[in-house]
Design a protein around this ligand. Structure first.
Ligand SMILES: [Zn+2]
Ligand SMILES: [Zn+2]
Length: 316
């Protein structure tokens, strides 16, 4: 087994790692069982003149990087120190437990404080909020890359299927049907359009996979604070990318998807299956994304029913 090393685990500086040498060690930990047992086996049979075994060893310290720990053991017979880790730091195929936890938090749609609450009840010590934000940046970047790759692969599948069926424009560009819909925050159906962010997606009809997503934000906290305090806006990763009316966000994103489909994937979205609200389709027609081709519209049955219900309710 190796002697103590000073190399840091990924993403956390030495200053941020929390040293805890006050034994007995408190709380619970998450360990990679097989890795942990293997290391215990190794250090317990370290041999030497004294025929030492694990009974002679004491845990003398822990260096914790969030959920990952390094434990220092000392053999009371030969006075040698050994370091073992809660998981394999060089394992390529697995992301470490810190990143895994942040991925879980994000997937579950909760935040740091909820996670803190849960792990506090479980008596598992975790990372600080500052570190959590750093991990989140790493994950968002990975997700973005994966999303782009996945959407590209989905588009290729749709394109190949259309080509195989001979669904091509006069210029030989494959044509596919797509669903398009959006959502935006703090909007109640029918009357309130004050949403600050909106998202929309275009999904291929044949395989039901996302081909295009877009997010529009009308609000950025950093900009808003600077404006309110009347100071110059500091350099920041700004989230504000939209100034038009909230209700036009969805149509705007979907139009962008249509306008970039040839450049991105060499595909024409020939028919759109959209909601009963005709704003998106009218906007697509007005923008005329394919000068040689008019996009057609198919009504979505679900939205048709919803709109009918709304009208019926209005009548009563
Ligand atoms: Zn020993
Ligand atoms: Zn900003």
């Amino acid at each position: 087994m190796q002697e103590e090393t000073t190399d840091d685990l990924p993403y956390i500086s030495e200053a941020e790692s929390q040293k805890d040498t006050n034994l007995p060690m408190q709380g619970r930990r998450i360990v990679d069982m097989m890795h942990f047992i293997q290391q215990l086996k190794k250090i317990s049979s370290h041999g030497s003149l004294f025929n030492c075994n694990f009974n002679e060893m004491s845990l003398i310290g822990e260096t914790r990087n969030g959920l990952i720990s390094k434990y220092k053991f000392r053999c009371n017979m030969c006075q040698k120190d050994f370091l073992i880790t809660s998981e394999d730091p060089v394992s390529e195929e697995n992301i470490d437990v810190n990143l895994a936890a942040v991925t879980g938090i994000t997937s579950a749609g909760i935040g740091y404080s909820q996670f803190q609450e849960i792990t506090a009840c479980m008596n598992v010590p975790i990372f600080s909020e500052k570190t959590y934000c750093k991990f989140q940046d790493v994950i968002y970047e990975k997700w973005e890359t994966t999303a782009v790759e996945a959407m590209e692969a989905a588009a290729m599948r749709e394109r190949d299927a259309a080509t195989a069926e001979g669904r091509l424009t006069k210029d030989g560009v494959p044509m596919i049907d797509v669903y398009a819909d959006g959502c935006w925050s703090s909007r109640s159906y029918g009357n309130n359009y004050k949403a600050l962010s909106g998202a929309a997606a275009i999904v291929g009809r044949r395989f039901g996979e996302v081909l295009f997503i877009g997010i529009k934000n009308k609000y950025c906290l950093v900009c808003a604070r600077a404006e309110k305090k009347q100071i110059t806006i500091p350099e920041h990763a700004c989230y504000k990318n939209y100034t038009e009316s909230s209700s036009s966000m969805e149509a705007e994103i979907i139009c962008q998807g249509f306008e970039t489909s040839i450049a991105m994937y060499n595909i024409v979205y020939s028919r759109i299956i959209a909601d009963g609200d005709s704003a998106t389709y009218s906007k697509i027609l007005a923008r005329n994304p394919y000068p040689f081709f008019t996009v057609q519209k198919i009504e979505c049955r679900n939205h048709l029913l919803r709109n009918m219900c709304n009208k019926l309710r209005a009548v009563t």
